[in-house]
Design a protein around this ligand. Structure first.
Ligand code: FAD
Length: 460
């Protein structure tokens, strides 16, 4: 009897899953495998969310007559051991994006081919459009788009495969043993407000979003207090939701909300195609601006205050406290705290990106590192010296102060717009609020940036 192994990575779903469908159509039995790889760092929030996703995948497979097989160790060695145990003819998996994923695929290909077994790597599982599927035309000859707008145009015209339903049955050979699944309850150090994971939860969120969120997205996506974005990012990161299916279903919903939402999904693919073409951009400047980032005890102390949400800029502190509490932060918050760290404190974007990766439940190498670079001006932003002013950002995107009141309770009694500049309160009133003074004045921050980068900052 033919057996195929489906190696799961960041695609933990049954719906719209080309590797599983291909394995089921070529083989009588399938082994769905997840390898817990010690080389892939998973801080507590993502570990807990992953445990939910694996439990949901296992439950979905069991309701179709199968189950998930979990093993630990080097993914190539663990997959090859399983392949031999099951005497599988072929392995299917989703194409990865990072340098690590590419190397893993190559090692697995060599090991399988050496034993005369087949290896199928499926594109457009982790992204809606595969990296490299659209490239700049004309004389540039580049292997990827470095600017979003032309990428978006071409991406929008690119045909997407139809989203496939989940299979009805997944027959798994009886003899294959699995390690126990990791348990969410066993993970310590998670954020108290961490969201639940799993494919059913992803599908419930998507359905709710299409029913009652997406229509108002163009007006509300920057409203910090309104919290009116889809919150689908962790599901897209772990693959409990297919990005192609999300695009199809949003387009079917129609209207300006759908267009704006699909554009954000395109941003996700954009960053993935940059990382796939330039894997070094995970750690090195995509565009070197000659920065001489601040280091030393003062910079370290200020970075700690930033991490702990006590910079003295209420909207920055609110966003950093949301991150600690939920393992998630509103996109507008991410933009302004990243600008504050890199352009006002003038601290290296890698320091902030590391902290985000330690806490974000959607922490994703492509999206995180390249968004940080976009804000720092070392990435694909066409205005690299733009500096966001946290007071203006607060007034604009938290006009009633609801976001600050929620996350910085020390200032709950202070109405907007004054809540965005508590240091301007008269002495006696100021003394009533147990909240720090700004770490650095905004003008001094601009001077540091100007001196370090050797460029004139541009207001954002
Ligand atoms: P929605 O507004 O509902 O958008 C829908 C989906 O589109 C998101 O789930 C996400 O997959 C995608 N998307 C939206 N904005 C972006 C964007 N700017 N870049 C790429 N994809 C986008 N997103 C991550 O998924 N993981 C990260 O590690 C991450 N780090 C970031 C770091 C910084 C400094 C910044 C500025 C942004 C980062 N983002 C990251 C992008 C964005 O902030 C989140 O995707 C978004 O806030 C998630 O919330 P949502 O699902 O409600 O988004």
């Amino acid at each position: 009897m033919n057996v195929a192994v489906v190696l799961y990575t960041s695609d933990l779903r049954l719906h719209d899953h080309p590797p599983l469908r291909a394995a089921l159509s070529s083989s009588a039995q399938v082994v769905p495998l997840f390898v817990r790889d010690p080389a892939v760092s998973a801080p507590p929030n993502r570990l807990a969310f992953l445990a939910d996703c694996l439990a949901a995948l296992d439950a979905g497979l069991r309701s179709r007559g199968g189950r998930l097989v979990v093993r630990s160790g080097d993914p190539v060695a663990a997959t090859m051991a399983l392949v031999r145990e099951a005497d599988a003819d072929e392995v299917h998996m989703a194409a990865g994006v990072s340098a690590y994923a590419h190397a893993r695929e190559e090692r697995l290909r060599e090991a399988l081919e050496a034993e005369g077994r087949r290896f199928h790597v499926h594109d457009a599982v982790i992204t809606a459009v595969a990296p490299g599927a659209v490239t700049p035309s004309g004389s540039s000859g580049s292997d990827h788009f470095a600017v979003f707008t032309p990428y978006h145009r071409r991406w929008s015209e690119h045909p997407l495969r139809a989203a496939a339903p989940a299979p009805r049955a997944v027959p798994v050979p009886d003899a294959i043993r699995s390690e126990p699944l990791p348990e969410r309850a066993a993970v310590t150090g998670t954020s108290p407000g961490l969201a639940p994971g799993g494919e059913s939860e992803a599908r419930r969120l998507l359905a709710r979003w299409l029913r009652s969120g997406i229509d108002r997205y163009p007006e509300t996506h920057d409203d910090l207090a309104g919290d009116a974005t889809s919150r689908l990012s962790p599901h897209l990161h772990f693959g409990t939701l297919s990005p192609a299916e999300a695009v199809h279903r949003a387009r079917a919903a129609g209207g300006p909300g759908a267009e704006a939402f699909v554009r954000q999904l395109c941003w996700r693919d954009f960053h993935h195609q940059v990382l796939a073409a330039r894997p070094a951009a995970a750690a090195a400047d995509y565009r070197d601006r000659g920065d001489r980032w601040r280091t030393g005890p003062d910079a370290e102390e200020e970075t700690l205050a930033w991490k702990e949400g006590r910079t003295g800029y209420p909207v920055v502190d609110a966003a950093m406290r949301q991150l600690a509490h939920e393992g998630w932060m509103h996109n507008r918050g991410r933009l302004l705290v990243a600008s504050f760290l890199t352009k006002t404190l003038y601290v290296d974007w890698r320091v902030g990106a590391r902290h985000f990766m330690d806490l974000l439940v959607d922490g994703d190498l492509a999206n995180n590192q390249l968004n940080w670079q976009w804000v720092a001006g070392t990435g694909t932003d066409t205005r690299p010296n733009r500096v966001l002013n946290p007071v203006r950002q607060g007034r604009r995107y938290d006009p009633d102060g609801g976001y600050v009141h929620r996350w910085v309770p020390e200032l709950a009694g202070l109405p907007a717009p004054r809540v965005h500049e508590p240091w301007r309160l008269p002495g006696l009133e100021r003394a009533g609020y147990d909240y720090p003074d700004p770490l650095v004045g905004l003008a001094d921050g601009l001077d540091r940036f100007r001196a370090g980068r050797g460029a004139g900052p541009e207001p954002g």
